[in-house]
Design a protein around this ligand. Structure first.
Ligand SMILES: C[S@@+](CC[C@H](N)C(=O)[O-])C[C@H]1O[C@@H](n2cnc3c(N)ncnc32)[C@H](O)[C@@H]1O
Length: 395
């Protein structure tokens, strides 16, 4: 039976995480760690016509989780439901006062410059009046193209009742725009995708990590954000990429050393960890055998960075060198865009790696895949080196 006006809605203030398609299970998992959070079924977020976004709805007693702790989510939105038959009713006094209070509460928590209302029929007279009324309530100009206080108007999903809902994004920028990314490079991996890769692999504190083809350092920065590691090593053959990684990792609060030019201000006063960056061909490093528990790699996708024709050989070299660097029983995650070429390289790699799952995600106009691989071997307790030993032999 379809719900009617006044049908019981989920109790408690409603919120919605916006995530990249493919990442919802990781965001739900992160949410579960927060007290007071009750997940709602996906239908409570309704259909989206945005192929690059999915939603994770929930209610929360008390303040919502801090978005900075939800590393796989792109944004957090406050969902304000109105039991009204059409948007025009939101101009009424009671609805307007409710929404103005919600908008002001969000506005108070950060710096915003303009109001962007997204709605079907955004230029109809009713929505224009709503834009003007809401802009006045928060003292922000109407900025339909680039406003950073983003407000969405949508029909309530049938699963939660009838009427209309207003969704207020709680931050001026998506959370995937990390504060640590001070140098942007073409082909940089989305930070939420990188965080999901780490949640997929696990992040024990004694983990020794090598990131081949590390580029601007996204995978290393997101690993370090999730807790301590026994070793963090990045490799790239482009000196500019390593300098970008050094800047980003420094901004993330990490000390960086390795094959870098002089930069006296690189080390933060109280670094959380040290990352060693190596200028080398990732298919032929001089890093020691079996020195790592986990390899992560985001090779060129063959458009913004690299050439598609080079990818088969690059994948083959990466898998060969990775099998040497990762201890038996260890793990690799490789992000690829040329799926068939990667699968062929993996088949040709023989027994060194065993496929252990694929995760398909969205990034911009692309649909890359994350391949999780297990290194053949018994996976018994590996001979452990102290971080100093590893770094000494890696330098
Ligand atoms: C897609 S980008 C990596 C982006 C990175 N994940 C980030 O978010 O910044 C690919 C990187 O692979 C590097 N690369 C390509 N071929 C390589 C090779 N044979 N050895 C080492 N690095 C390589 C490029 O210099 C580039 O920085």
């Amino acid at each position: 039976m379809p719900p009617t006006f006044g049908a019981p809605a989920p109790s408690g203030p409603r919120w919605e995480l916006e995530v990249r398609p493919g990442l919802a299970p990781f965001a739900r998992d992160e949410l579960a760690a927060h007290p007071g959070v009750t997940p709602l079924p996906p239908e409570a977020a309704g259909e989206t016509d945005d192929a690059h976004a999915a939603a994770v709805p929930f209610t929360c007693d008390g303040p919502p989780p801090d978005l900075a702790t939800l590393r796989t989510a792109t944004s957090l939105q406050r969902v304000v439901p109105f039991d009204v038959p059409r948007p025009k009713a939101l101009l009424g006094d009671a609805a307007h006062r409710t929404l103005a209070a919600e908008l002001r509460a969000v506005r108070m928590r950060d710096v915003f410059h303009g109001l962007r209302v997204e709605a079907a029929g955004a230029d109809t007279p009713v929505v224009q009046r709503l834009r003007a009324a809401w802009g006045e309530a928060v003292g922000l100009p109407d900025a339909p193209e680039d406003g950073d206080l983003r407000v969405r108007l949508r029909r309530a999903p049938p699963a939660v009742g009838r009427g209309w809902e207003v969704l207020i994004r709680t931050t001026p920028r998506p959370a995937s725009v990390r504060p640590w990314r001070v140098v942007d490079r073409p082909g940089g991996l989305d930070a939420c995708v990188a965080a999901a890769a780490w949640r997929w692999v696990g992040t024990p504190a004694d983990q020794r990590v090598v990131n081949l083809m590390c580029g601007g350092g996204t995978l290393l920065a997101e690993r370090a954000a999730l807790g301590p590691a026994a070793a963090l090593v990045g490799v790239d053959l482009d000196a500019d990429a390593l300098e970008a990684a050094a800047a980003n990792l420094g901004a993330a609060g990490l000390a960086v050393d390795g094959d870098l030019g002089p930069a006296p201000d690189r080390a933060p006063a109280r670094a959380r960890a040290t990352v060693r960056l190596r200028l080398a061909d990732a298919t032929a490093t001089d890093l020691p055998d079996a020195a790592f528990d986990v390899l992560v790699a985001d090779p060129p996708w063959g458009d913004a960075v690299g050439a598609a024709d080079d990818l088969p050989d690059l994948y083959a070299g990466l898998l060969r060198e990775g099998a040497r660097l990762v201890r038996p029983g260890g793990t690799a995650v490789v992000v690829t865009h040329a799926l068939r070429a990667f699968e062929a390289a993996l088949a040709a790699a023989g027994d060194g790696w065993r496929a252990d799952g694929t995760l398909r995600v969205f990034q911009g106009g692309h649909r890359p895949a994350l391949h999780r691989l297990r290194r053949a071997g018994d996976g018994g307790t590996p001979p452990r080196r102290r971080e100093g030993d590893l770094l000494d032999s890696a330098s």
